[in-house]
Design a binder for this molecule. Sequence first.
Ligand code: ADP
Ligand code: MG
Length: 249
Amino acid sequence: MNVKMHSKSDPVVILISSGKGGSGKTTLARNLLASATADGFQAVGLDLDEQMSLRAWSDIRDTTIADMKSDGEESNLKEIPVEVANYIDGVAALQDIKDVEGIDVIVVDTPSGFQTGDAASVLPGLTSRSNFILVPCRQSATDTRAVKAWYADALHESDKASIVLMGVRRQSRSCDMANNMLAECGDVCPIIIRDLEVYRSTDQYGLGVTESNLAREKDPDFVSLWLWLRRKVGLNGNKTPDIQSKKVA
Ligand SMILES: Nc1ncnc2c1ncn2[C@@H]1O[C@H](COP(=O)(O)OP(=O)(O)O)[C@@H](O)[C@H]1O
Ligand SMILES: [Mg+2]
């Protein structure tokens, strides 16, 4: 794996999982990877979904960076490696990345829904090896019902999981109802992520929403979400050298 080595502590593992397809798992995963990388952390993705959308995003990002370089554009964008593995091999694949020195953050993207048979033991294996689990959910009653049932079954009593309302219209009756319904089954993240075009436009170039070069497009809520999560998982400080030296000064 082509990852630079510079730290000896255990990486923080953030697992993205949800009982419903299209809930925003990969969107969350790629934006968390981009935010962590922008803060100077060495972040690596693990894509366990056979659609490999997170890996595709990382490949497109490589192309964007290469194109910028060949056009002579200045950029501080960094490549973000994403490993892929079959879901059934997810625990071993996660361990392989954990064993690589110098990684600060691993974001694991998973396929949707309940897994049965041999795959049933994978999610418990992943959750027990994760520092935090984010469960994206849309605001419709169908989505909240599905996520609620899944949460109760898969993550019951977990004190390291939070549901994130994703792609929502904030001031709407269904958003309030979703918040209430989800609060009955688990911890709900106080930051709600709206349905914004910038999630789609940045995806197209392998970027995160905080990396959009159109300042008015950036989603300030995702900045808050990342700061909130960073505190939850104890990723204190910002590893970007110029910010660190400003702190010392
Ligand atoms: N906050 C958002 N704003 C706009 N579009 C979003 C947002 N979150 C997710 N989407 C879109 O919803 C679709 C499904 O999201 P995705 O992350 O692929 O879901 P999953 O990985 O859970 O199947 C994608 O087209 C994605 O661009
Ligand atoms: Mg996905």
